[in-house]
Write a protein that binds this ligand. Structure first.
Ligand SMILES: NC(=O)CC(=O)C(=O)O
Length: 310
């Protein structure tokens, strides 16, 4: 792997990224303390940027979202409103690492709205909340005889692209699972100077083998950027069987590390030189022809949604 000698314009110095493929069950308290153990293990292994999976503190499924949901606004929430917020903040501070806290079901602060979101909280090494992302594209699919899932029966979507500045490294984008299928989000984040796209996700045994790896590589290749996809471990006695295979893809679209199905931590050092040499060798960003496709130029997009906890 290449090592930086000069600082890259998008990644100031190498950062060790860890995806924790966590096995979760129905006991939220147990899930949180297990996550803490694994976050500390990843930090002990040198990780500076640690990612947990989608719905890491609960089982994944529409039947579970309301009963596991926590209120995150007004921010910061109390410990009663959101034990997961406080657990994640403490884990990040204890690990002294950036933490993309997978996702958790979030309840709208107005209980009469009966609205829920699938929300990722991102904390800094001092335990401060840096950003949050509500899943923008809800997972509504119907593949007859295989899988039907309708997140929109219970969840409401987020409305923004989420970019997070890590001062000593650079900028990342965070989105959740089904969001990875939408190249626009990834491309906009890349054009805003990110060095990595981070997706906590939970694909399944139908779409996982078909698309998980391919999507990670596609987003990396389109954008010449690092991509991390962090899944729950596969637990066969749960109602939703996650695909697993958490992985990290480099800017040349090579899968540099990939888990199997069981609990595992995969890590990789992201290096600015790899980004720069990829972009120099295949200079896509200067070759775009917005004169030929003006309607997908720099269109208006919201980066700040006042209704999302910050
Ligand atoms: N679970 C998801 O949000 C997405 C998924 O499983 C898929 O796109 O396939």
């Amino acid at each position: 792997m290449a090592t930086s000698t000069t600082p890259s314009p998008v990644l100031k110095k190498p950062v060790k990224l860890a995806c924790i493929q966590l096995a979760s069950g129905t006991d939220k308290g147990a899930n949180l303390s297990h996550a803490r153990e694994k976050v500390l293990e990843a930090a002990k292994g040198g990780a500076n940027l640690i990612v947990l999976p989608e719905c890491f503190n609960s089982p994944y499924g529409c039947d579970y979202f309301p009963s596991y949901a926590e209120t995150l606004l007004p921010s910061p929430p109390s410990k009663d409103q959101s034990p997961s917020y406080h657990a994640l903040s403490s884990m990040a501070a204890e690990a002294k690492a950036y933490l993309v806290g997978g996702s958790i079901p979030e309840a709208d602060p107005d209980p009469s709205s009966k609205k829920y979101y699938n929300t990722s909280l991102i904390f800094g090494p001092d335990g401060a909340l840096l950003a949050s992302h509500r899943k923008v594209h809800l997972f509504d699919i119907d593949i007859p005889g295989k899988i039907t899932f309708r997140e929109s029966d219970v969840l409401s979507p987020g409305n923004k692209v989420t970019l997070v500045d890590l001062p000593e490294y650079g900028r990342i984008a965070v989105a959740i699972c089904y969001d990875v299928r939408f190249p626009e989000l990834a491309t906009i984040a890349t054009r805003r100077g990110c060095f990595a796209l981070i997706y906590p996700g939970a694909f399944n045994l139908t779409t996982g083998p078909l698309h998980w790896r391919l999507l990670g590589q596609a987003r990396a290749m389109d954008n010449q950027i690092y991509v991390a996809m962090c899944s729950p471990a596969r637990v066969m006695d749960s109602t939703y069987h996650a695909y697993g295979h958490s992985l990290i893809v480099d800017p040349m679209a090579q899968v540099v590390t990939e888990a199997a199905e069981a609990e595992e931590i995969v890590t990789w050092e992201l290096d600015g030189a790899r980004l720069d040499e990829t972009r120099k060798g295949i200079p896509l960003s200067t070759q775009r022809r917005f004169d030929v496709y003006p309607d997908i130029g720099e269109g208006k997009i919201s980066f700040e949604d006042p209704n999302v906890p910050k």
